[in-house]
Design a protein around this ligand. Structure first.
Ligand SMILES: [Mn+2]
Length: 429
């Protein structure tokens, strides 16, 4: 079975869309020229953009009620890599994959070999102490790195260190730690002591990090713990990263905040103090909905990138936060959702790059509120799609990745080799 997309298919797809793209690109070039913006430089910038795919994202997600599996779902990490290869081939914006241990446990040299044959590399490693693993001695029902029992904490520390070891063999250079530890009832835990235990345990993981590595601490307001969570908010996350040391920084998942929280301000604060490590992109309407990036509030995504581009301009190329998607696809083909999400994140990046920062600084200094707001809106309203299409085409990707994917018949082709997973296991993870 051929699990790859044929290059000829992409070429044919692009040929059919070439004249339309040329017309759109020329029109946008002329428009941007009037604003003194060089479209070629922006197209090149789009080509340098990269966001990692989470290995778990290519499987169909679910809720705590049910999961409705799709056809041709990946059976194991090697199938997941194939799917990630398709996403990268068509979008050219997702050259790395982020693995979750133990879900993706496999021989590192086999993983490396397959990834490189698909033009992929490995992004941050993700540890998992929010569920029990087969054959483990102690349960995480009441916590892991912050558990009251020392042996359970040690087991969780060892798991994280093992993730680092696997990551070293894969060429990864970061560990993302998210725990479900917290409490479900007032009085269940001593919140101060629980935080102390967590800090001490994570310190033991931190000292096992190679010098070139980073540790990302990811906060989440609630779920699975519904009264308190040990790494509840960006303040707790910042305290942890500061206590640990220079290799530790904060990871901002867009869904892990209270509703309507000003995430772009958090981005600005963390970056100001050198503790903005990376992102998990997704979108939400009510809570941690894990919807496709840019599907609900594209302006918020733009405002986050507005801060990021501003910080990049101030700090230079040393500012390189890790970008990753973290979504759950319950009712769409995960490959289609991940492709369109990667493009939405890339779109926000390019729109934010269009902000006239000199003019904005002037309006801010003069307290010209209306014009400052309009300056952002002008960039956000600009349809940069021709730039994204052109960039993909130049790099061998597809002008319209979702259409090319459907034309390829990839999902039907893999469905014969990947029999449907029986039953309906509940829950995303
Ligand atoms: Mn996340």
């Amino acid at each position: 079975m051929n699990t790859r997309i044929a290059p000829e298919l992409v070429e044919q797809h692009n040929r059919a869309r070439q004249s339309e793209l040329d017309a759109d690109y020329s029109a946008l070039a002329a428009h941007l020229q009037r604003r003194h913006v060089d479209i070629e430089a922006l197209t090149q910038r789009a080509g340098q953009f990269a966001v990692a795919i989470p290995s778990w994202g290519v499987g169909t997600g679910g809720t705590r009620f049910a999961r409705f599996p799709g056809v041709g779902e990946p059976r194991h990490v090697f199938d997941k890599l194939d799917d990630c290869g398709v996403i990268q081939h068509l979008t050219r914006a997702t050259p790395t994959v982020s693995l979750h241990i133990p879900w993706d446990d496999a021989d590192p040299s086999a993983l490396r070999e397959q990834a490189s044959s698909l033009g992929l590399a490995f992004d941050a490693m993700n540890s998992n102490t929010f569920q029990n693993q087969e054959h483990q001695a102690y349960s995480y029902k009441f916590g892991s790195l912050s558990h009251t029992d020392q042996a359970t904490r040690e087991q969780a520390i060892e798991h994280n260190i093992r993730c680092i070891e696997i990551g070293k063999a894969l060429g990864s250079e970061a560990l993302t730690v998210w725990v479900g530890d917290g409490s479900n009832f007032p009085g269940q835990v001593h919140m101060g002591q629980q935080f102390d235990r967590y800090l001490e345990a994570l310190q033991a993981v931190y000292v096992a990090l190679p010098d070139s590595w980073q540790l990302f601490t990811e906060h989440k307001m609630y779920e699975p713990a519904f009264y308190s969570t040990v790494v509840q908010d960006w303040g707790s996350s910042y305290l942890i990263a500061s206590e640990l040391g220079p290799k530790a920084s904060c990871l901002v998942d867009l869904g892990h905040h209270a509703p309507n929280v000003n995430i772009e301000m958090i981005v600005s604060r963390l970056a100001r103090f050198g503790k903005l490590g990376g992102f998990h992109f997704n979108d939400s309407k009510y809570g941690d909905d894990d919807l496709d990036s840019g599907s609900i509030d594209p302006y918020r995504l733009f405002l986050v990138f507005n801060e990021l581009v501003d910080i990049e301009k101030r700090q230079g190329s040393s500012f390189k936060p890790a970008y990753m998607l973290d979504q759950s696809h319950n009712v769409t083909d995960p490959i289609e959702s991940l492709m369109s999400s990667a493009i939405e994140v890339q779109r926000a990046f390019i729109q934010a790059s269009l902000v006239d920062r000199e003019a904005l600084a002037g309006y801010q200094a003069d307290n010209d509120v209306m014009m400052a707001s309009q300056t952002l809106k002008q960039a956000f309203r600009t349809d940069v799609d021709p730039i994204l299409r052109q960039s993909r085409k130049q790099q061998g990707g597809a002008i319209d990745p979702v259409a090319a994917y459907r034309e390829s018949g990839y999902r039907q082709a893999v469905s014969t080799a990947r029999p449907a997973i029986s039953g309906s296991s509940s829950g995303i993870v």
